[in-house]
Ligand binder design. Sequence first.
Ligand SMILES: *[C@@H]1O[C@H](CO)[C@@H](O)[C@H](O)[C@H]1NC(C)=O
Ligand SMILES: *[C@@H]1O[C@H](CO)[C@@H](O)[C@H](O)[C@H]1NC(C)=O
Ligand SMILES: *[C@@H]1O[C@H](CO)[C@@H](O)[C@H](O)[C@H]1NC(C)=O
Ligand SMILES: *[C@@H]1O[C@H](CO)[C@@H](O)[C@H](O)[C@H]1NC(C)=O
Ligand SMILES: *[C@@H]1O[C@H](CO)[C@@H](O)[C@H](O)[C@H]1NC(C)=O
Ligand SMILES: *[C@@H]1O[C@H](CO)[C@@H](O)[C@H](O)[C@H]1NC(C)=O
Ligand SMILES: *[C@@H]1O[C@H](CO)[C@@H](O)[C@H](O)[C@H]1NC(C)=O
Length: 403
Amino acid sequence: MNLRIGKVRNSLILVVVLVVNVLCLLSITIQSYSAWRPGRAAGTTTPAGGGDLYSSEHQHKNHGVDVQSASASFLPPSPTAYLNLSMNPAVLKKVDSMHHVLNLSRFDDDTVYPAKRVGRYLIVYPGLCADVDRVHLIMIVHTAPKNLHRRQRIRETFGNRALFYPFNVRVAFLLGKTLNSTLERVLWMEHARYNDTVMGDFVDDYHNLTLKGVMGYRWVNQHCQNSELVLKIDDDVFINTYKLLYSFINHMRGKPKSIFCNMWHKGTMPILREGKWKVDTRMFSKMSTFPYDYCSGFVVLLSSDLMGPMHQAATTTPFFWIDDVYLFGMLPSVVGGVTFYNYALDKNVSLNDKKTINCTMEQGARCPIFGSIIADHNYWRYWQMVSSLYVSGDWKVENKLIE
Ligand SMILES: *[C@@H]1O[C@H](CO)[C@@H](O)[C@H](O)[C@H]1NC(C)=O
Ligand SMILES: *[C@@H]1O[C@H](CO)[C@@H](O)[C@H](O)[C@H]1NC(C)=O
Ligand SMILES: *[C@@H]1O[C@H](CO)[C@@H](O)[C@H](O)[C@H]1NC(C)=O
Ligand SMILES: *[C@@H]1O[C@H](CO)[C@@H](O)[C@H](O)[C@H]1NC(C)=O
Ligand SMILES: *[C@@H]1O[C@H](CO)[C@@H](O)[C@H](O)[C@H]1NC(C)=O
Ligand SMILES: *[C@@H]1O[C@H](CO)[C@@H](O)[C@H](O)[C@H]1NC(C)=O
Ligand SMILES: *[C@@H]1O[C@H](CO)[C@@H](O)[C@H](O)[C@H]1NC(C)=O
């Protein structure tokens, strides 16, 4: 009798354990599903908070084109996920000196930290990198809302993933918001069509480019963690993706905490006091040159392990509006242990499209320039030139000579 009761009890316990297990599994699955599609989770579980003001504004504004408004809001990952940068005394000292040269009080409110100003994504598609295990190269393109034609030509040319298989290349376009409601509607349609734009909750203005860049670091860290290299470019840049993937990537791979760019050494780049890039005399007041190594930001490659630390650093590094200085100078300086690899201007990257076109005409696939500003009126001609070089097989042999 006792034995039978014991048996029954045992099997009862077994059943209960089984049921609990199944429930746990289910909840884990649901959780990871909502982590994978956080937008949906946010849409269903957080109806309250200042956050939703914009969504409803959007639904209102979009006249039914509210395709992604459900996935439009989610939070950045918890800052505790990374190193607590502010605990390191050397880091504290650097950040203090930045507060000092920017003439900010150390106790200025949180909005001096870009990571806290970026806000939610207004437009985002979490699945851009999720269809493959590994992304070799994620291009993040800083683009202005009105530059649709530039985004479109990038999709059709050097950002067209179909051309570079077996390399997995992905492109994300980073935008701020626009006050032009016609344009805004167009952007939502563009998003519905291509799923490759990321819009932050800040006005798209050149004084806000730093915010765009910090949003880029955050986005890659959240939604493209399986990428090996991150390429930040502006929307007027042309990338010879063939050259980059088949030649340069071998130099870049496997180097942790690295930045590859045309670098300006500290104490060499003048701080301008007038014109478009005029810096208020209140800032860097006793200096005539920037006191950080940094990159010219039109073409910058970064190892993807930097994305988390860079975003984390932007929670403690005070805002400075010149994005190249902030994103590729101040942040790496706070992160620490970052190695710069310098690509000389007109050797591997160029701001001068005449030189780039000439180089390709003269040297074909051996031309070592992989990234260049190209004027709009030269774009398609140059793309023809580059792509025709690479459709034949000869270039592979020639490219080897450059290693
Ligand atoms: C990091 O460390 C500082 C100083 O000890 C502390 O005030 C802060 O709360 C910490 N931040 C996190 C996210 O743990
Ligand atoms: C708003 O955007 C549309 C579409 O790009 C454009 O045609 C129009 O000129 C813009 N309006 C203003 C005031 O900039
Ligand atoms: C964009 O993403 C949504 C899901 O968020 C999907 O339903 C839609 O088909 C995608 N569109 C394209 C063109 O991939
Ligand atoms: C962005 O730029 C605009 C115009 O320069 C400015 O008014 C605004 O405060 C900036 N910041 C944000 C977060 O939008
Ligand atoms: C710092 O800013 C304050 C006003 O905010 C100003 O009075 C002071 O002169 C500035 N310091 C320098 C060195 O420019
Ligand atoms: C950069 O260009 C130079 C030629 O100007 C070339 O010798 C060098 O190998 C290139 N750098 C890399 C990493 O390929
Ligand atoms: C093109 O490059 C060659 C050397 O490769 C140079 O001799 C020539 O002057 C260049 N032409 C222009 C227009 O830059």
